[in-house]
Design a protein around this ligand. Structure first.
Ligand code: ZN
Length: 240
């Protein structure tokens, strides 16, 4: 861990990449994990997609109101706050994330690239007007301007990733001389290509994830079987 921390201190452009493992220590369950309430009532695989938004609006809305009420019960943890502090001090330049919980924003991070969108924002599927998250949670799920359906600002299965965010993430990746993956199994394409792009462009690559990933062989350092929050706390202490 000391070597990784030294690497962080000596790098000029460090980019962090976070996945589900970053948020689990906030307590927020991954919606894919089946041993929980959401699955008793809904089948997320049938609802978290663009078909359900178009053809099964009532259940789609019901599902996302439930999911939103879960997300709002949890908060960023110490690890999210450490990343925000590091950015503030210039130690890291940005965070690319697969997470939609908005915890990096909530913790105070500024340059956050949310590849799969965010649960912090809602808008009308028809006219794109913004809609309040609180109103959605309370059951106000119809657009006040055009009567269209309100949806979360996340990327559903069947939708493409937001191009502007993707482009910005690519640019940051190419600038990176250190790229650190935190809590991602790197199994989702094309989002998982960033670490490899960084590596091919000459950056050092660090992969910190509980399980092995398919990109471990390209990494300069691999850390496994560790909780991300504790890794960040340890690194933060080591640099002092
Ligand atoms: Zn509308």
């Amino acid at each position: 861990m000391k070597e990784i921390t030294d690497l962080l201190a000596s790098s000029n452009h460090t980019i962090i990449y976070t996945g589900a493992g970053m948020s689990t220590q906030s307590g927020l369950p991954d919606f894919r994990s089946k041993s929980r309430g959401l699955w008793e009532k809904f089948n997320p695989e049938e609802l978290a997609n663009v078909k359900a938004l178009n053809n099964n609006q009532e259940e789609f809305t019901d599902f996302y109101r439930h999911r939103l009420s879960e997300v709002t019960q949890y908060q960023p943890h110490k690890g999210h706050k450490i990343l925000a502090t590091w950015e503030n001090e210039g130690l890291i330049k940005g965070i690319i994330t697969q997470n939609v919980d908005g915890f990096h924003h909530d913790a105070g991070s500024k340059n956050v690239m949310e590849l799969h969108g965010t649960f912090r924002k809602f808008h009308c599927q028809e006219c794109q007007n913004d809609h309040s998250r609180e109103a959605y949670l309370e059951g106000d799920v119809t657009c006040h301007s055009c009567g269209g359906i309100i949806r979360p600002g996340i990327v559903l299965f069947g939708e493409s990733l937001p191009q502007d965010v993707f482009l910005r993430a690519s640019q940051e990746t190419l600038k990176a001389d250190l790229f650190i993956v935190l809590g991602s199994s790197l199994s989702v394409t094309p989002a998982n290509m960033f670490p490899l792009e960084a590596r091919e462009n000459g950056a050092k690559l660090v992969i910190i994830n509980r399980e092995p990933t398919q990109f471990d062989m390209y990494a300069d350092y691999v850390v496994q079987d560790r909780n991300i929050k504790e890794v960040l706390i340890e690194m933060d202490q080591l640099r002092e």
